[in-house]
Design a protein around this ligand. Structure first.
Ligand code: HEC
Length: 278
């Protein structure tokens, strides 16, 4: 009885937190792009418009800490959005999206969000945004560049410096009036970039058992991961790989239907493929 009461108590608190948590990102709460991109009905300052804290926004795509102007197809970078503000904001929020082409399609894949950041799917695109008001003014998430032939990628973003009063009043915000554009650079040799050669997965779409076929240059231990569109790893397994051609099977029937990324990694380099689960 006592346990039941305690459980109910915590369940109620959790529900209350969920319900009041409008301070989460606008893709999650409003189902809207608030970056100021062509898909956005208006950036954060539609609401957070009091011009307090005069924030400015910088957005960089970093490769080992150095900002790049062009991306290498398939390579993983760190996207960093920084809000610099005057005064003493209680915390910060942000949203960012990477788009390409005339139809503003999603460009590349976000994953591995830092704490207090989430990746929210919206209209077939991923949005990186805060999941709560953050004390840090720096937002980081991994971004894996799209495949060769994608062309220019445009990053849109907006930030809020908030006073912590739990409303959108007397906050300040900023957005990129023109996107940060990255040109497509040359792909490096498969040797450097891809962990495994000739990596294929089948069947795709898959219902139960997924097979991974690849060539390994060396014997070793690797991590096999299945990652959802939110960048969360739903399935992880260590695998031993001998040199030469490999086929590894993976039972995926427990996964909910959807689109996933299958990753093979040695912790440094990643080979990944998209898979559809029925
Ligand atoms: C349609 C209006 C609206 C838009 C657009 C909007 N917000 Fe908000 N936001 C609110 C309201 C209302 C609150 C306060 C209520 C709450 O926290 O539930 C809030 C709260 C916040 C807070 C917490 C503020 C505090 O003082 O505790 C942050 C941070 C935040 N928003 C960031 C953003 C960012 C970043 C964007 C744009 C990417 C954005 N918001 C776009 C309405 C909006």
């Amino acid at each position: 009885m006592k346990f039941k009461l305690i459980y109910t108590f915590f369940a109620l608190i959790a529900a209350a937190l969920l319900l009041t948590n409008n301070s989460s990102g606008p893709a999650a709460v409003q189902n809207l792009d608030r970056t100021g991109s062509p898909l956005s009905p208006g950036p954060c300052q539609v609401c957070h418009n009091n011009g307090a804290f005069s924030p400015t926004l910088t957005l960089e795509v970093l490769d080992n800490g150095a900002a790049v102007a062009a991306y290498e197809p398939g390579r993983t970078y760190t996207l960093r959005v920084q809000a610099n503000a005057t005064g003493n904001p209680a915390g910060y929020g942000f949203q960012a999206v990477a788009l390409t082409g005339d139809d503003d399609l999603q460009a590349g894949v976000f994953s591995n969000p830092a704490q207090g950041i989430q990746i929210t799917p919206l209209n077939g695109r991923q949005y990186a945004e805060h999941s709560m008001r953050r004390t840090s003014n720096i937002f980081e998430v991994d971004w894996t560049a799209p495949e060769a032939g994608t062309g220019e990628v445009r990053f849109y973003s907006a930030v809020v410096a908030a006073n912590g009063n739990g409303t959108s009043t007397a906050d300040g915000s900023a957005f990129l009036t023109s996107p940060v554009a990255l040109a497509e650079g040359p792909a490096s040799s498969a040797e450097e970039n891809e962990l495994f050669e000739a990596f294929t997965i089948f069947p795709n779409p898959v219902a139960a058992r997924l097979n991974l076929r690849f060539q390994s240059r060396e014997t070793g231990e690797y991590q096999l991961r299945i990652v959802n569109l939110q960048g969360q790893s739903l399935l992880e397994r260590r695998i031993e790989v001998a040199a030469g051609e490999q086929v590894q099977g993976l039972e995926v029937s427990a996964l909910p239907a959807g689109i996933y990324t299958v990753q093979l990694t040695d912790g440094r380099r990643v080979s990944s493929r998209k898979v559809i689960k029925h």
